[in-house]
Design a protein around this ligand. Structure first.
Ligand code: 3HC
Length: 677
């Protein structure tokens, strides 16, 4: 097998080139090739310096994540980086694309760094539940200072070449098209000098920043092990020698690597990329052109959906039935953009540009030239059918007709058109301009190229898209149902809203079922008849407890929307429980987990059995990106694998639930839903 590393000599400088598509991950063959290049540099007296560069779209984007958990192949990255650093001849890293993780650590092992202006440099390991294990936590505080190092390690966010140059991480910003020449010139200038070694530089900056940063970000880091471990290592760089610091880093790295949080986060890294792939459809299928989008409905959803396309530079025609609503909708979009501009996210001229791409209209006929039309109107089958009937007459041939429905039958909607092959669901999550998830719902007759185009456009607008089949609530909302139902049942048996919510928040969810209800509106889907009281929810709605918007729901809220438990709600619950003949008892937190989370896994198993989701990891992606399931638990199906599917099945049976066939199989065979990472 040919090595991904090749070398070439130019004017006494060894040019070492990696060609390991797609992202030049530092797998075993790359590491071995780099070690061989170092042998060459050391043994050939004619060679005076070296430049390390990469072919393709990026400099090394990190260690090869697929090697994690497998037996290590020498040289391991820290060994290789140490060899680079100890070289007696100067070595320059020539950086383009993204120098990430082990890639940036390799560059830190080099003595100097030259980067193109568009390059990004970062240590994203924390996003995989890890820390830079190739000396990054020890060399970054020495090269770039404690503040930059702490922030980069604990957040994983990359910095630009310009910023990197400001903090000393990059020695020279090269021309965008002259990287190799500039790096060679830099290396030539260093010939004969003693190389500057990152590890020998003194740590600089304010050590107090580390604790301050941890405190300021405590909320963001809640539940995660890796951010604190990253900061502990940066602290070690302050307190220990390089050798001791590296040993400490290794120890902390291995702890994280063996833990379930990192396994969960690595699972999600691959799951997110896998979700884009549609079983049975070739990657190179010809896509339909989407140059102009139509959105029907300028309410919260329609407005949010439109913003995604405007931000991607795609013109949007937005339709409303009444001028007043149209004006209000367009006004909200403008206000949102202005607010973002005030925070520095956009320049004012960008806002004008985006607003210039928006064409508001009262006429559905104006959608005739759109390539993709997304309906985001009232969630009612008859209303939707009427709209799709109209669209069928108006839309140009080949236009994709999408519904943003969150529950309804796409096949029924498609059936009123003469072109069901062009119809599918595009279920955005609220707020649609913020939430990353998009469920793309494949109807029985949806054409392959229509589905593939919707997935591609989702990527273009920065969404993580998952293919779902037709069923009530698709993947996400369907799994929400048993959770909400059991949460209500538990109330009747003696649990309180605050106890149930606390179990969910302690689990790592952003909020519990009742907090979510209050935020979304307790009155969503309510029949609107205060005299008709058939459930606790009816009773709450009847007395105006519609959630945060009315200052009271399952909780009471003060003017700052801080919740407190409500005696009125408890009285309503007690009343219902008594009427239903329920004797109240103490409910354990464990029972809440079993009845509200195990039931979700059970529903997930049914979804897989029915083929509504293509794969278990897709279910996990839906829950991570659509509902805030804690990423360090890897999504419901990965969590079930870790928890043990036999335990989940037994827990469900204990409470009298019917265990899904697929879950039963996994339980009996001690099998998994997801691939081990
Ligand atoms: N190892 C193995 N495979 C990787 C990889 C890595 N580090 N990074 C990306 N890939 C794979 C992806 O899985 C994907 O595979 P697929 O085509 O089969 O689905 C392919 O490369 C292309 O990746 P993307 O679709 O993500 O491509 P983009 O162009 O959108 O993004 C990127 C490129 C910004 C480099 C992005 O892939 C990325 O963020 N990668 C991860 C970077 C990272 O986390 N590095 C740290 C690794 S851990 C480490 O270095 C430990 C060390 O400290 C010891």
């Amino acid at each position: 097998m040919t090595s991904p590393i090749s070398t070439e000599v130019r004017d006494g400088i060894l040019i070492v080139t990696s060609n390991n598509p797609p992202v030049n991950a530092l797998g075993a063959a790359v590491r071995q090739g780099l070690a061989a290049a170092l042998d060459q540099l050391e043994s050939d007296n004619e060679l005076k310096a070296a430049v390390i560069r990469c072919e393709g779209r990026t400099f090394f984007a990190g260690a090869d994540i697929t090697e994690f958990g497998k037996p290590m192949v020498e040289p391991v990255l820290p060994q290789l980086i140490e060899r680079l650093e100890n070289s007696k001849k100067p070595i320059v890293a020539a950086i383009h694309g993204t120098a990430l993780g082990g890639g940036l650590e390799t560059a830190l092992g080099c003595h100097y760094r030259v980067a193109v202006p568009s390059a990004k440099l970062g240590v994203p390991e924390v996003k995989l539940g890890l820390l830079p294990g190739g000396g990054g936590t020890q060399r970054l505080p020495r090269v770039a200072g404690i503040e930059t190092a702490a922030e980069m390690c604990a957040t994983g966010n990359p910095i630009s070449a310009k910023k990197a140059a400001e903090v000393g991480l990059v020695d020279k910003v090269a021309g965008e098209d002259t990287l190799l020449e500039d790096a060679l010139a830099f290396a030539t200038g260093m010939i004969g000098t003693e190389p500057r070694r990152s590890g020998e530089m003194p740590v600089h900056g304010d050590p107090a920043f580390i604790q301050k940063f941890a405190t300021e970000n405590a909320r963001k880091f809640r539940g995660f092990d890796a951010p604190a471990a990253n900061l502990r290592c940066v602290q070690a760089a302050v307190e220990l020698s390089l050798k001791e610091g590296l040993a400490f880093e290794r120890q902390e790295f291995m702890k994280l690597m063996m833990g379930t949080q990192s396994a969960a986060q690595r699972h999600i890294f691959f799951a997110e990329r896998q979700a884009a792939k549609i079983d049975g459809i070739a990657d190179d299928i010809k896509l339909r052109d989407v140059k102009k989008v139509g959105v029907i409905g300028a309410g919260t959803m329609g407005g949010g959906i439109s913003m995604n396309f405007l931000q991607a530079g795609i013109p949007v025609t937005i339709v409303e039935a009444a001028q007043e609503n149209l004006d209000r909708g367009v006004g909200v979009i403008r206000k949102n953009y202005d607010a973002s501009a005030a925070k520095g996210r956009f320049k004012p001229e960008q806002v004008d540009q985006m607003m210039g791409l928006l064409a508001p209209t009262l006429k559905v006929e104006d959608l005739a030239d759109c390539d993709l039309i997304i309906e985001a109107i009232f969630e009612n089958m008859d209303v939707k059918k009427e709209m799709f009937g109209k669209l069928d007459k108006i839309a140009k041939p080949g236009a994709i007709l999408a519904s943003n429905t969150s529950y309804l039958d796409i096949n029924a909607i498609a059936s009123v058109t003469s072109r069901p092959q062009d119809v599918l669901g595009m279920h955005f999550f609220s707020p649609a301009n913020v939430m990353k998830l998009l469920e793309v719902v494949r109807g029985a007759k949806t054409a392959d190229d229509v589905l593939a185009t919707a997935m591609a456009i989702a990527k273009k607008i920065g969404k993580v898209a998952v293919v779902a089949g037709v069923c009530d609530g698709f993947i996400g909302n369907r799994m929400l149902k048993p959770r909400q139902l059991e949460a209500m049942n538990l109330l009747m048996e003696g649990a309180t809203p605050q106890q149930i919510d606390k179990v969910h928040v302690d689990f790592g969810m952003p909020m519990g079922p009742f907090q979510m209800s209050d935020l979304a509106g307790v009155d969503i889907g309510w029949h609107r008849d205060p005299a008709r009281i058939e459930s606790v929810r009816d009773a709450l709605c009847a007395v105006g407890r519609w959630g945060q918007k009315t200052g009271k729901g399952f909780y009471d809220y003060d003017e700052k929307r801080r919740p407190t438990p409500s005696t009125e709600v408890q009285a309503i619950i007690d009343d219902f429980a008594a009427k239903a003949g329920k004797t109240k008892r103490a409910i354990s937190d464990e029972e809440i987990v079993e009845r509200t989370l195990y039931t979700m896994v059970n529903e997930g198993a049914l979804i897989l059995e029915e083929g509504v989701a293509q794969r278990a990891s897709d279910v996990d992606v839906v829950w991570i990106y659509g509902y805030g399931w804690p990423v360090y638990r890897g999504g419901p199906m990965f969590w079930a694998d870790i928890e043990g599917n036999d335990k989940i099945a037994a827990g469900l049976e204990k409470h009298g639930f019917k265990v899904a066939k697929l879950l039963k199989e996994k339980a009996e065979s001690k099998g998994r839903f997801t691939r081990p990472v």
